[in-house]
Design a protein around this ligand. Structure first.
Ligand SMILES: Cc1cc2nc3c(=O)[nH]c(=O)nc-3n(C[C@H](O)[C@H](O)[C@H](O)COP(=O)(O)O)c2cc1C
Length: 479
């Protein structure tokens, strides 16, 4: 059974000794970062700060920060279990024509689970404040010393496309400016920003922010689903249980009923304010820039809510696990488009978009180049700054093998391709923000048909009969 809410998760993690309650008074201003950072780097437990200094709501950090907890949250044994049903999900939940498809599949339980369920009464509305809603009552973390202020770091931001009406959930951090305003940091490439661009100049554009719905729904806000596909459907699919949704009080949006807090409000097109700097996933501060201003119209919450937060920074951090969930969830989909792909690794040190190691079953000359070009054309994989393509026998999860073949097999002048295009908004190396260059490296063995006539050498390997013989006498050798 999926976790219904954070209260259930906390109970379970406590019983498995994967959560530690901190009773000491700790400030959300930098101190929670220092504690959480040390714990994350040691693969430690989730942390529940019971007494945040100057605030009354407890703070939960590092919920996703270990493989054990990912197993518990997603109810899986291996990360690859995640991807098993995913292509099926896309078959039954495409952006167009799925009503027709549903008619064909009325008996499938998985389909009914996908749909969210509307409810009239919700825990997240046990307390409603429309009179005097105040962001500064939340124990929002100031994560790093040069941060522009406190940032909400695990927000599930919900909008509807102004023209198509399609819903989007995205995780875009929010800088709290004062009681009723915050910066909304959706990068220009993301769906939330797209909705905003399409919104009217004159009408307020409704935005709802769920803090701490069930943990799978929070993950889903980070998932790079194809445009127009509602992340709530993915959550229903992964949870194998519908997500319960309730109507907001002050805007025409629905939010997950089990959320801890809900921030209701709006943005107005063209109203921008400086957001940042912020100590980011890249391990560097991302510089201040202009982003839309979120205006708060209501805060609703549970009777005893928990404020969820994550800390990003120099890897490894908690978000490594969210990234790995995405890598393994989406791999079957990528393989569906490119069956020649054997495996893929976006290493944590590469902050996910900087480095991409891929092994392929090479079938024709130039094949490695075809794969890198195709990856640059795939949704948010377009941000892959450096792609390295290897032959099928290279285990791309093993960095030692990756470096060995990268070093040995590459003639830089011949095997490196440079392209120009969009780069991740957090990339600080590109001369301009959002656009720059990307590199693809063909680390496969080169063929005569690729112009290599010297005869590619064979990798060293002992003859199997000798291996067998030595195996037999090994125990006698005193080694
Ligand atoms: C902890 C965390 C924080 C994130 N913060 C941001 C952010 O501030 N802005 C942004 O554009 N993407 C951010 N992302 C990445 C997006 O959530 C991700 O690209 C997601 O797919 C966006 O949803 P969309 O495809 O519906 O736009 C963050 C991801 C994580 C895990």
């Amino acid at each position: 059974m999926p976790f219904k809410n954070l209260q259930e998760v906390i109970k379970t993690l406590e019983s498995k000794k994967q959560l530690v309650e901190i009773k000491e008074s700790v400030s959300p201003n930098l101190e929670m970062t220092e504690i959480t950072d040390r714990v994350v780097k040691n693969n430690g437990p989730a942390l529940l700060f019971k007494n945040p200094k100057d605030f009354s709501f407890p703070v939960l950090t590092n919920l996703y920060g270990s493989f054990d907890r990912i197993q518990a949250i997603f109810d899986i044994r291996e990360l690859d279990d995640l991807g098993k049903g995913f292509t099926r999900f896309l078959e039954i939940a495409p952006p167009k024509g799925w009503v027709e498809k549903l008619k064909l599949l009325p008996k499938l339980k998985e389909v009914t689970n996908i749909f969210p369920k509307s409810v009239k009464h919700a825990p997240c509305q046990e307390v409603i404040n429309t009179e005097n809603p105040d962001l500064t009552t939340l124990p929002v973390l100031t994560c790093w010393p040069e941060d522009g202020g406190p940032f909400i770091t695990l927000p599930v931001v919900i909008t509807h496309h102004p023209k198509t009406g399609k819903r989007n959930l995205g995780m875009y951090r929010m800088q709290v400016y004062d009681k009723t305003t915050a910066g909304l940091h959706w990068h220009i490439h993301k769906d939330g920003a797209d909705h905003y661009r399409e919104s009217s100049h004159t009408e307020p554009f409704p935005v709802a922010v769920a803090l701490g719905p069930d943990p799978i729904t929070t993950y889903c806000a980070t998932a790079p689903l194809p445009d127009g596909l509602d992340e709530i459907l993915l959550s229903g699919f992964l949870r194998q249980k519908p997500v319960e949704m309730v109507k907001c009080i002050t805007c025409d949006l629905e939010v997950p009923a089990e959320s801890q807090f809900v921030l209701e409000g709006y943005v107005t097109r063209g109203e921008l304010r400086t957001e940042g700097p912020f100590g980011d996933h890249t391990g560097y501060y991302s510089p201040a820039d202009k982003y839309p201003v979120f205006h708060l119209t209501a805060v609703t919450h549970r009777q005893n809510p928990i404020y969820p937060a994550t800390l990003v920074g120099y890897p490894p951090m908690e978000d490594q696990w969210l990234g790995k969930v995405t890598e393994r969830l989406f791999l079957p989909l990528i393989k569906q488009q490119m069956p020649e792909i054997v495996d893929m690794n976006l290493p944590v040190e590469g902050c996910f978009h900087n480095l991409c190691f891929v092994s392929i079953q090479k079938r024709y000359p130039g094949h490695a180049h075809k794969v890198m070009q195709a990856i640059w054309g795939l949704g948010q994989m377009m941000f892959s700054k450096m792609i390295f393509i290897f032959d099928k026998d290279v285990d791309v999860q093993d960095i030692s093998q990756v470096l060995f073949h990268l070093g040995g097999n590459v003639d830089p002048g011949r095997d490196i391709t440079m392209v120009k295009g969009p780069v991740d908004a957090l990339d600080h190396a590109s001369t301009l923000p959002h656009v720059g260059s990307k590199m693809g490296v063909d680390c496969t063995a080169k063929w005569p048909t690729e112009g290599y006539d010297r005869g590619w050498p064979e990798l060293l390997k002992m003859s199997p009969d000798v291996v067998q013989k030595i195996d037999k006498i090994w125990s006698n050798l005193g080694l």
